[in-house]
Ligand binder design. Structure first.
Ligand SMILES: CC(C)(COP(=O)(O)OP(=O)(O)OC[C@H]1O[C@@H](n2cnc3c(N)ncnc32)[C@H](O)[C@@H]1OP(=O)(O)O)[C@@H](O)C(=O)NCCC(=O)NCCSC(=O)C[C@H](O)C(=O)O
Ligand SMILES: [Mg+2]
Length: 278
């Protein structure tokens, strides 16, 4: 949400979301940047966001505002800084170094928008920076990518599928969180649900949203279903059964289950437990 929108930031404290991203970049007009920056810092310092993780999207370092954004956020209680329009590994190194120099606590992560054609072509080099910098997350920005590439944002997102898949693989190879881009069609819940299903099935951890009306669909799609949970529980129970001790492959409800499926089942159950705890 725009950090220039006081009402939205107030509402964020009660929204059913896992993270709140306060934006200083494209959702804030140039003439409102300084005021929004001050408002963002005041909001996060006021607290009250509960379990919601706080992320601040800054302006790029090459803009008139980026360095001031970093300086203002250094002492603010955000868990991640989200940087827009990175192109390659050098941008990640510069952002991480700027955060170090500004005095950010070591556990404040750097997330970056993947939203330029160059970033897509450099996904592997960018993701590899996780080993040596604060980089911990990717967020797709298909609006900017559409603008700079000419790829149309059509229902089904067919032309973007290679980007979605390659971004997920680059993230997974380096232990990064990865969130899908926004769905601009606020009232089109069918399109939103389609994008959420596509993102979930492509391996994304979640989806970024622009309006409270989008929360229910997204939370529902990304949560494990009862059938998913029953299958995971059956796999865990089968491997825990002493009769199966020492076996690497089992038949569970008509399907093969190996130890890798046990790992997946345990991950799914942990996700369900985290949702329930929230
Ligand atoms: C898109 C909007 C401008 C729509 O605004 P509006 O029509 O005024 O909304 P509503 O009247 O329907 O709002 C109803 C109530 O909900 C609150 N609200 C609206 N949006 C948010 C929000 N994002 N977070 C929290 N609360 C919100 C309103 O205050 C109303 O509350 P109430 O007074 O109680 O009725 C607007 O939704 C908006 O600004 N959305 C976010 C825009 C944004 O943050 N953009 C940046 C992210 S998109 C991105 O990253 C793209 C990426 O870079 C890329 O390249 O793809
Ligand atoms: Mg963008």
């Amino acid at each position: 949400m725009p950090a220039s929108n006081a009402r939205a930031m107030a509402k964020a404290r009660n929204l059913d979301c896992d993270a709140v991203c306060l934006d200083l970049e494209d959702a804030v007009a140039p003439e409102a940047k300084a005021e929004a920056r001050a408002a963002l810092v005041a909001e996060v310092q006021a607290g009250g966001f509960g379990h919601r993780r706080l992320v601040a999207r800054i302006n790029g370092l090459s803009t008139p505002w980026g360095h001031d954004d970093i300086a203002a956020l250094a002492q603010a209680p955000v868990e991640a800084v989200l940087a827009p329009k990175v192109d390659d590994a050098a941008d990640i190194q510069a952002l991480s170094a700027a955060m170090d120099a500004a005095g950010f606590a070591p556990d404040v992560a750097l997330w970056v928008m993947i939203e330029t054609p160059r970033a897509v072509l450099a996904l592997e080099r960018i993701a590899d920076c996780a080993a040596t910098t604060r980089l911990a997350g990717f967020v797709l920005g298909l609006n900017d990518l559409a603008k700079d590439s000419g790829i149309a944002q059509l229902p089904g997102r067919g032309a973007f599928l290679p980007v979605l898949t390659m971004a997920v693989l680059a993230a997974r190879a380096n232990g990064l969180v990865i969130l899908d881009g926004v769905c601009n069609a606020i009232e089109d819940t069918v399109r939103l649900e389609g994008e959420c299903v596509q993102a979930r099935d492509s391996g994304f951890d979640g989806k970024t949203l622009i309006h409270p009306a989008q929360l229910e669909v997204c939370n529902r799609v990304f949560a494990p279903t009862q059938a998913d949970l029953a299958e995971a529980e059956a796999i865990v129970a089968a491997f825990a059964d002493p009769a199966n001790s020492g076996k690497g492959a089992l038949r569970v409800n008509g399907k093969m289950a190996e130890l890798l499926h046990l790992t997946q089942a345990e991950r799914l159950l942990a996700k369900a437990a985290a949702i329930a705890a929230r």
